[in-house]
Design a protein around this ligand. Structure first.
Ligand code: ASP
Ligand code: MG
Length: 503
């Protein structure tokens, strides 16, 4: 198997028939590298399918029919742009599968499995459209190269990834995925065709459909790249790469030429909508080139993701804000008498399926509190009141207190020097912002502020810390290549197996 490139296209990149044709051209332009394509659902389709799933679960037939009609019209319209008057039985087959899935929504399976089963059709439909776009473009450009999508006996597009059965957010089985992906890739190779695979979705050993969680197509793409021992994985999106901040909040934000894996993963968890947080792990493990590129400007370099390198080391790289958070904790005179208090608090929340975003207990013995998603606050409160009912009755716990309208404001970097914290604190002080809690590590500085403060905090931190560092990162990035260091500036098409420096 020669050098190989996995190209992943996000929802806006495949948002219409015209865009899908464009994506096919981008892939064909790289045909010498043996591309494999991974596609998301057309933008908005996963949301629409999940709404459809809720109607199906309620047994609301009328609503299901209406929603299906809207989805069919959207895909048929794209189909007519891609291959006007073509035979679209393969698209119709996916819709037939979706109808069956909807009809089966009340068969007693768990709701998460039913949701996954329905949501998975967004990617299946997109695969059919992208694959056809490849063949129509190939006929025009090359008159040969076809496409190959993994279809089961019924003509339904099959996932390339094997996962466990944690529906809604399944964990991939790497070894099993490897054989599935390799088999499909070999079959495509036999036909001299480009493999087009669905992102986001997987299947269990018994063949039940799962998903990797919202935004999971990035993760699917890097998993597929790892499974195929690809040289590179390029994630195409609608912006120039990973940004130093959300440009809607911080107008001065710019695309980074390079960012460390760990920083990119953390950025995603801290609120940046760049990459699925888990998607960098397969690249970090396997060491292939991971890049975020702009579908609408494919000639631009995008952002290269690397293990800690000389280019990024010691540098703050980006800021991110995550809103709609709440603090929840216990308060009372007898907390010190309760053994394993913090562990019990966390355990209770975990059992109630409340994600702990951050622990915010400044000193041992302080009233324990954690930061959670504000939408889960009521669930968390009920769970804690139940868990600590006895202590509440005994007067040891006075209240479960919650405060919402909080936000996380994070400076993400690579091996940040110790002085960075005070620099950030000074920047916040200039805005008269006193964080409610903060934590500092070499990878990130995090401040809990109010929702009303967070945008100002981000702009100021970006101005004082990120922009000055960015020019240094750009300067280092342009430096000529030295052994053990990345500097792929502007050399399009250059390929080098990355040697991973240790953290
Ligand atoms: N279509 C899925 C979603 O919207 C997966 C993805 O686009 O990454 O969540
Ligand atoms: Mg999407």
């Amino acid at each position: 198997m020669g050098p190989m490139l996995v190209m992943k296209f996000g929802g806006t990149s495949v948002g219409s028939g015209e865009r899908i044709l464009r994506v096919a051209e981008i892939a064909l332009a790289e045909r010498e590298r043996g591309p494999v394509m991974v596609t998301s659902a057309m933008s908005g389709v996963t949301d629409a399918l999940l709404a459809l799933a809720e109607s199906a679960l309620r047994g609301d037939q009328v609503d299901c029919v209406e929603r299906l009609a809207v989805l069919e019209a959207r895909h048929n319209e794209a189909a007519q742009v891609i291959d006007p008057g073509g035979d679209w039985r393969d698209l119709a087959a996916q819709f037939a599968g979706l109808r069956q899935e909807i009809a089966a929504a009340t068969d007693g399976r768990g709701v998460w499995e039913i949701r996954d089963g329905i949501a998975a059709y967004g990617e299946r439909l997109a695969v059919v459209l992208v694959a056809r776009a490849i063949s129509t473009c190939a006929a025009r450009i090359l008159d040969s190269t076809g496409w190959y999508a993994t279809e089961g006996a019924s003509g339904i597009v099959q996932p390339l990834l094997a996962t466990d059965d944690h529906f809604g957010e399944a964990t991939p089985d790497l070894a099993a995925s490897r054989s599935l992906a390799r088999e499909a890739h070999e079959n495509a190779g036999k036909h001299g065709a480009i493999l087009v695979a669905p992102g986001f979705i997987g299947r269990t050993m018994e063949g039940r459909t799962t998903t990797l969680g919202r935004g999971g197509s990035d993760y699917a793409a890097t998993l597929i790249a790892a499974a195929l021992d690809a040289d590179a994985c390029w994630i195409y999106t609608d912006v120039d790469g990973v940004f130093t901040a959300d440009p809607r909040v911080v107008p001065a934000a710019q695309a980074l030429p390079v960012v460390a894996f760990a920083a990119a993963g953390r950025l995603a968890l801290c609120g940046a909508k760049v990459l699925h947080p888990r998607s960098v792990a397969p690249a970090a493990r396997a060491g292939f080139e991971l890049r975020v590129k702009n579908t609408f400007h494919p000639e631009r370099e995008g952002t290269l993701l690397v293990a800690s390198s000389d280019t990024t080391r010691g540098m703050p790289l980006a800021v991110a804000g995550r809103k709609k958070l709440a603090a929840i904790g216990l308060h009372g005179p007898g907390l010190m008498e309760i053994l394993n208090l913090f562990a019990r608090l966390c355990q209770t929340l975990a059992e109630a399926d409340v994600e702990i975003v951050l622990a915010a207990q400044p000193v041992p013995g302080h009233d324990p509190q954690v930061i959670i998603d504000a939408a889960r606050c009521d669930v968390a409160r009920v769970a804690l009141e139940r868990e600590f009912a006895r202590e509440i009755a005994l007067g040891r716990v006075e209240t479960v207190h919650a405060r919402d309208n909080l936000a996380l404001c994070t400076v993400v970097g690579d091996a940040l020097p110790p002085g960075m914290l005070s620099q950030a604190q000074r920047a916040l002080a200039q805005e008269r912002i006193t964080p409610l809690a903060q934590s500092a590590a070499p990878e990130a500085l995090t401040f809990i502020v109010t929702a009303a403060q967070v945008d100002r905090a981000l702009r100021r931190l970006h101005q004082e810390i990120i922009l000055p560092a960015l020019s240094e990162v750009q300067r280092r990035h342009r430096r000529p290549y030295a052994p053990g260091q990345w500097a792929a500036g502007g050399r399009a098409g250059q390929r080098r197996k990355q040697t991973l420096p240790q953290h």
